[in-house]
Design a protein around this ligand. Sequence first.
Ligand SMILES: Nc1ncnc2c1ncn2[C@@H]1O[C@H](COP(=O)(O)OP(=O)(O)OP(=O)(O)O)[C@@H](O)[C@H]1O
Length: 436
Amino acid sequence: MSNPDDADLLTPVAEERYLGSLLFTASRTGLRDEALSALAPEDFADRGIGALWSLARQLAEERRRISARALREAAASNARGFVPGVLDRKIAQLEAVLEAPRHVESDVRTVWDCARRRRLVAVCDSIRQRAVAGDPGDAIRHAYDALAELEQGETSRPVRFDEMLDGLWHAIDNPEARPVYPTPWAELNRKLNGGLRGGRYYVVGARPGDGKSIMLHNLAFHHAQQGGSALVFSAEMGNIEVAGRMAASGARVELNELVTGDLAPHSRRTLVEWSEQHQQIPLVVDDRERITMGYIRSQCRRHKAVHGLDLVAIDYLQLVSSIESRTPRHEQVARISRECKLLARELDIVVVVASQLNREVARRGGSRPTMADLRESGGIEADADAVLLLARGQVDDGVGTTMPTDELHVYLDKNRQGATGQFTLRWEAYHGRLGN
Ligand SMILES: Nc1ncnc2c1ncn2[C@@H]1O[C@H](COP(=O)(O)OP(=O)(O)OP(=O)(O)O)[C@@H](O)[C@H]1O
């Protein structure tokens, strides 16, 4: 703020005039209350005025009259403590620049605009500092994060009921404005009222080996095949392995042939043809092993800005590292889950996340998994818009043990926008796919 070019951002005159006219002359309390809720103490460049502002808010909340005397009394009883002489001078200063309350609205705008500019300048300064002194990759990620956070603060505000109704009617009359992305599975589409939607967070939970990755790969591939842009974070599996599974699934070639490289001539031909047809689909796999939500967020933002993005798949939640190494793991997982939800809302994209289940579920033997089994956090269940739990079908082999069948039971145990229920898919892991 020492740069002379920044002088306009300080706007002490507008601030003083604004607070003075608002506090001491505004007879219309509605106008005053609206202004008190529109600006926060930190929106003022002069910290003394910001402190007086928070006192005025306190008086308004207590339904007391705002006056110089009431402010002095409130300051005297405030735990933070105000220096009386300094406060008196500040109040006198405000009274000296008193103006008619008709300026209030334009002054609110001036103070608010300047506060936004100051925030933007502070963010630019921090980006510059990192660009000059830090790792360039980190600086770029920081820039994305910091600007997105700023933008989020700009756009999110409480919405009045009439505005909400306008939004609702707009959504009803323009269904194409909120696209639905069908999954490969008819029954799931029916239960989800057509398919997956932007802004929502879906969790797929299963025991190890029960098809979480297959489901995520099938979803992402299907989405990209329909022309939608998909980004898969595969901390568990390298990108060649993911490509192999997608190719086996799409071309209906045995996964074993791809894994061993021992392709029958017919399979090779099918695969060549399939590869030519699909090489341009908008699907990207990031197989970095150590990922954090910060990394995922910045990759998603960048991807969305450069290529567009509407579906992100994360395989799997418990492999996302936390930077808060001292907090208990269940709190870390709850936080990561919360951030997945925020990511979906902030970028208005589908976020699908695989999650491991607790060991308890294995000890219970054949019983089906429940949401309580989602490993390490009940937060996952609370945050998710929909929770799908997968379990291989089992039959008694006649000698006291069970054998897996070619069925995969899918339990939609949470569905924020529709009914819950259950359905069955065909287990075709040899092709890396789940069939209808
Ligand atoms: N070539 C293959 N042929 C037949 N089945 C296979 C083949 N490759 C993998 N599978 C089966 O696919 C399943 C793995 O599915 P998937 O990777 O989706 O499970 P997951 O739930 O993601 O497991 P994890 O929790 O270990 O990540 C296993 O049951 C495995 O036996």
